[in-house]
Design a protein around this ligand. Structure first.
Ligand code: BJW
Ligand code: ZN
Length: 247
């Protein structure tokens, strides 16, 4: 690939916040949400990714997540994930990755400072009691709903569904990184995200409010493209490996 006209400079005075979305996993073979036209087997994603949907048909919701667990177990990180691992190795604590993806591919690539802001496909919690969420790769037979050992209630994936609050500790970690006052300049880069889902879509404005520099790498224009200072249109697996100058 030709060198890019614009380069993201990552030097000792820079701290970098990265936000990733489904587009970053697309080149690994994980379908994006809007790529499915917001539908899974003709069900609107909201019907299988919301508390109301779980209440109405928990077995359908578990079929959706079991299918995705089976699919995500077979995929591998791509050069976009790998580029973020190199940036983190260069920046250390001046790097934070917040991801909307629940597939665990950033951790599998080797990223360490990761906020799973929409949860994790390979974790389960109880819908009815306060037990701690636990690691879980189970794929459940169609039509079944797993039960909680502690209270006998219904288990559910540890995913942030539509209409649910993100974990306050995750939002604090992102907010503290944005407002950190250590003399470094803040750069924010969003990649592979449609900018349609909040609060992730608003991070660009939080960064701009503290005069940070903002970059978007996306295959298509996003809902919030005009909020970014730089827009590099392309595939993240091709753009990210050549975008940054590590100094
Ligand atoms: C590539 C590529 C390649 C492809 N390279 N690019 C303010 C205004 C309006 C509404 C709200 C608001 N605040 C809150 C809301 C409600 C709601 C919301 O945002 N609704 C919108 C739809 C309008 N938000 C919430 O409910 C959030 N909760 C919350 O805020 O609580 C408080 C509250 C509630 C209600 C009202 C007010 C306050 C929770 C959001 C949780 C989202 N959960 C989901 C599903 C579960 C996860 C799962 O099962 O996996 O998470 S939604 C779904 O969208 C999923 C994703 O993480 C998320 C974002 O999608 P993403 O990653 O951007 O993917 P796509 O598919 O949309 O886009 C991919 C992009 O990549 C495309 O642009 C492609 O071009 C590009 N691309 N290949 C580079 N190779
Ligand atoms: Zn329980």
């Amino acid at each position: 690939m030709e060198p890019l006209a614009e380069q993201l400079v990552l030097d000792s005075r820079t701290r970098l916040l990265v936000l990733t979305g489904a587009g970053v996993s697309a080149e690994s073979g994980v379908p994006t949400f809007r790529g499915m036209n917001g539908l899974w087997e003709n069900h609107p994603v909201e019907a299988v990714a919301s508390p109301e949907g779980f209440q109405a048909d928990p077995a359908l919701v578990w079929r959706f997540y079991s299918q995705r667990r089976a699919g995500a177990a077979d995929v591998k990180p791509n050069p976009g994930h790998d580029a973020l691992v190199r940036w983190e190795a260069h920046l250390g604590d001046r790097f934070l990755l917040t991801t909307q993806n629940v597939d665990g591919l950033h951790a599998r690539a080797g990223s360490q400072r990761v906020v799973d802001m929409h949860g994790n496909l390979f974790r389960t919690k109880c819908a009815d009691c306060q037990r701690e969420p636990f690691a879980d790769t189970s794929v459940h037979p169609s039509g079944t709903v797993p039960k909680c050992d502690s209270c006998g209630g219904r288990l559910r994936p540890d995913i942030v569904w539509f209409g649910e609050m993100l974990a306050p500790s995750d939002l604090e970690r992102i907010g503290e990184f944005i407002s950190r006052k250590d003399g470094t300049r803040l750069v924010f880069l969003a990649a592979g995200t449609s900018g349609a889902v909040w609060p992730a879509a608003g991070i660009v404005d939080e960064v701009r409010a503290v005069r940070g520099e903002t970059w978007l790498v996306n295959y298509e224009s996003a809902a919030n493209t005009e909020r970014f200072h730089h827009f590099v249109q392309g595939l993240s697996g091709q753009v990210l490996p050549t975008l940054a100058k590590l100094a």
